[in-house]
Design a protein around this ligand. Structure first.
Ligand code: NCD
Length: 304
């Protein structure tokens, strides 16, 4: 049984496989329909205290497609957080209305765990600062499985702001559960993956590189990420590093063997729009896949 989903580390390989299979089943069952009516009495609340488009909307669509009601907490500007209400009180309040699941995004690493301790309803971490984003990682795994047919024996380049990117840590932990995967962390030194993340890896082989050219033809997947401007303390450092890598069509066409291109989105200028209609571009499918994965996860977490 899956209860709270706080970290990708909490899910075992069996649970991940279950969600990936269930996501495919959700996609098939939903085909040609607007609602599955398997969660008609349920209520899901999305509490997003940091900006989001895809994660918030895909959870709301997922809940609605299952038949549940999706309630949104609203922005921090219109809530009592603006008046100084604490995080703990906010969660206690929300939980008091008895939702069947709370989907939470906020900026403090570890506060998703704190919310799960306070609330009776299961909590899904939809991003806690620079820490983790487990449901994005499930979406990424599902996309890799659909596009390549497997989630083991792969070489995956994770590129961009690996220091602040929460999708990078969660995806690394997911890949670590399967066999014979290799990750190449591609970033300038200042943005390389943290030792804290790699110290938690058991099975995954990895190397670091500051250039993408030399490793391109080894990759099955190139996973591009945005420089996380909002996490920089020093704006001058952000200005210096932004644009330090750009993937565009000209660059990709230099290689005979090309990986599929993924990105959790939003993109800024690290991934040019002239890649969008190349057959390797999978990031809009990836965003759509998030709905089926979140349907599967909500179904499991609500015991349906
Ligand atoms: C990511 C996030 O919020 O961490 N976006 C998402 O959920 N799809 C990546 C990002 O913001 O760069």
């Amino acid at each position: 049984m899956i209860t709270d989903v706080i970290s990708a580390l909490d899910l075992d390989r069996k649970s991940v496989e279950l969600i990936l299979n269930e996501a495919e089943s959700m996609r098939n069952q939903l085909y040609g329909k607007r609602c599955l009516h398997i969660a008609d009495e349920k209520i899901v609340i999305t509490v997003f205290l940091e900006p989001s488009t895809r994660t918030r909307l895909s959870f709301q669509f997922a809940a609605t497609y299952l038949g549940a009601k999706a309630i949104d907490f609203g922005t921090t500007e219109i809530s009592s957080i603006q008046k100084g209400e604490t995080f703990e009180d906010t969660i206690r309040m929300v939980d008091g209305y008895e939702p069947d699941a709370i989907v939470l995004r906020q900026s403090v690493p570890g506060n998703a765990k704190r919310a799960a301790e306070i609330s009776a309803a299961p909590v899904i971490n939809a991003g806690d600062g620079a820490n983790e984003h487990p449901t994005q990682a499930l979406t990424d795994m599902y996309t890799i499985k659909r596009e390549i047919g497997r989630v083991n024996g792969l070489t995956i380049g994770l590129m961009g702001d690996l220091k602040h990117g929460r999708t990078v840590s969660s995806l690394s932990y997911m890949l670590d559960k399967f066999d014979e995967n290799t990750v190449i962390y591609i970033a300038p030194d200042e943005l390389q993956v943290s030792n804290e993340v790699v110290s938690k890896l058991k099975n995954l082989k990895y190397k670091k590189s500051d250039r993408v050219d030399g490793v391109m033809e080894d990759l099955d997947v190139l996973y591009v990420t945005r420089i996380q401007k909002e996490r920089f303390i020093d704006n001058a450092e952000y200005e210096r590093l932004k644009g330090s890598y750009i993937i565009n069509r000209d660059f990709l066409e230099k290689f005979k063997r090309r990986p599929i291109i993924m990105h959790p989105l939003p993109r800024i200028d690290e991934l040019a729009s002239d890649v969008d209609n190349m057959k390797e571009a999978k990031y809009f499918e990836q965003a759509k896949n998030g709905v089926y994965v979140r349907m599967a996860l909500l179904k499991e977490i609500m015991n349906l």
